[in-house]
Every structure is written in C-alpha cells, then in structure tokens.
Design a protein around this ligand. Sequence first.
Ligand SMILES: *[C@@H]1O[C@H](CO)[C@@H](O)[C@H](O)[C@H]1NC(C)=O
Ligand SMILES: [Ca+2]
Ligand SMILES: [Ca+2]
Length: 308
Amino acid sequence: MFGVCLSQRSLRLSLKMRVWVIFLLCLAGKALAAPTEEEPVVEETEVGANPVQVETGEFDEAIEVEEELVTETENPCLNHHCKKGKVCEVDDSNTPMCVCQDPSTCPSSVGEFEHVCGTDNKTYDSSCHFFATKCTLEGTKKGRKLHLDYIGPCKYIAPCVDSELNEFPLRMRDWLKNVLVTLYERDEDHNLLTEKQKLRVKKIYENEKRLHAGDHSLDLLAHDFEKNYNMYIFPVHWQFGQLDQHPIDGYLSHTELAPLRAPLIPMEHCTTRFFEQCDADNDKYIALEEWADCFGIKEQDVDKDLVI
Ligand SMILES: *[C@@H]1O[C@H](CO)[C@@H](O)[C@H](O)[C@H]1NC(C)=O
Ligand SMILES: [Ca+2]
Ligand SMILES: [Ca+2]
C-alpha cells in the first residue's frame, strides 16, 4: 500500500489518560510489532498513525482470494494464493489447491503482543493460529460466528456505560484529524495521500483555529467540535473510505471494520458498543450515512464524493 514505514506513538484515546503505545509498523514489509504497555518508541510526533493502515490484510478473513490457476511447470503452488488460514498443496495430478493450514505449522509467536483474541474469547498464539483454527471449522455454525475480535490476549473488558460511549467519538474524531494532519506533514513524495486528499487536509492544516494535537480534556474536544465542526467532516469521510475496500460499496462489513476495531478494543472498551450502535438499522453493515451520524456529522454534510 504505502512505501514507507510509519513508526507511531501514543494514541491518546484511552479513558484513563494512559498513554498507549501502538505499533511500529512497516507497511511495506509485513512487520507488525505490536502494542506494549511500556513507554513508547520515541517518535517525533504526538499522533499515532491510523490503525487502519496497519497491514489491512491481517484481518480480511472473509475476503476470498481468487484461486487462480497458473501454468507453472515446476511448482504449481508458486503463484497460487490462498486466503488466510489456508496453504497451497498439490494433489495427485499436480493441481494446486488450498487446504486448511495445520495450526502447528504456524510460526511460534515471540510474545504476548502477537496473541489475538477471538470472538469466542479464546486467546490464540497468533493470527496465523487463529485463521488456521477458523479454517478447520469452515462450514460449521461455530466457524461462521468466529471472528478475530482484537489484538492481544483475551482480557476482561469493562462494560461501556452510556457516558463513556458519548466520549468515544470525541476522541476518535480528534485523533482522525490528527492522523491526517500528520500524514500530510510527512507526505512529501510518499504518496500517503492523494492530491485531492492533500488539498482537503491542507485546508485543515493551514487553518489557524485548528486545535493542535495534545492531551485535551473532553470539554475542550467537545467545544472544538462545535466551533470547528467543518474540520472534522473530511477526516470522518476519509476513515470510511480507508475501510470500505472489500468491496467498495458504501458499506462496512464486520471484516472491513476489523483493521480499525481490532487494535482499538483493548485500549478503548467502548469500541464494540460504539460500532454496534453505529449500525442503526441493524443490518450488520455500517453505511456511510450511519457512520457519519455516529460521529456527529450532520446529514446534509454527508458526501459520497469526500470518500476518495
Ligand atoms: C474472557 O477471558 C478473559 C481472560 O481469560 C476473562 O477475564 C474475561 O472475563 C472473559 N470475558 C468474557 C466476556 O467471558
Ligand atoms: Ca464495503
Ligand atoms: Ca446498517
């Protein structure tokens, strides 16, 4: 996706003002060094990169990779891609096919940060172990219901009460805006943003009234949203566009939302509830209109053309 590595620091989304270090992520490579609770990797910016840019492929369990047949003589598996949890094997007639990966063949995890928690509230050693296990349940009801819930070992997640639920979008919006500004600042020729996007962010970046990144109180965040409402419209749309990829249809599925949800849940215990209530009509998809509404964007400001 992007040809750069973004190392990132504190995503100050947490309720208790804890500083959460997120990832040192290399988007070009497949490295996902994950959250630790130690003090962070020193970084020049305050803002975290967007978890959405964390290797999106990590979560696209439901995305079927086409099992293309390639006329390779030597190794038919060479160009035969399988979706997560499967590996390629050749049958008697040398035809490649995707079969469930044996979890014991997954690289062993080097630390807790590689663990993932499934919706069955079971901890898996790594996402490889998770998807391999899910594959073995394919076709069963249990398999259909099993998703990767979040990154890290399963833990107790406190219930999200109403007052906390209302705080979530305040921090999230602020954070999205800051992520965009950071991408803009760093984007000389890295193509982190398209030209169109850059123009949009430039307006925010150059606005003197902009609330700069920092540890702001919820009151200030709320006040800023009222005062500088227009600055938040694009970031909310942009995030939607980042997620709406498989397919690009104006709706977010559970799987499309996963790259944002999965790293966020262990830090923000209202994540699950927030995105559940975003799906106002309960059809299991979050439409752009629902998404915008969730983040306090007025109906008349929802604009498909901003999702670019
Ligand atoms: C999930 O597992 C964790 C750790 O084993 C436990 O503390 C937590 O209470 C469980 N959550 C639920 C909803 O059962
Ligand atoms: Ca979609
Ligand atoms: Ca919906």
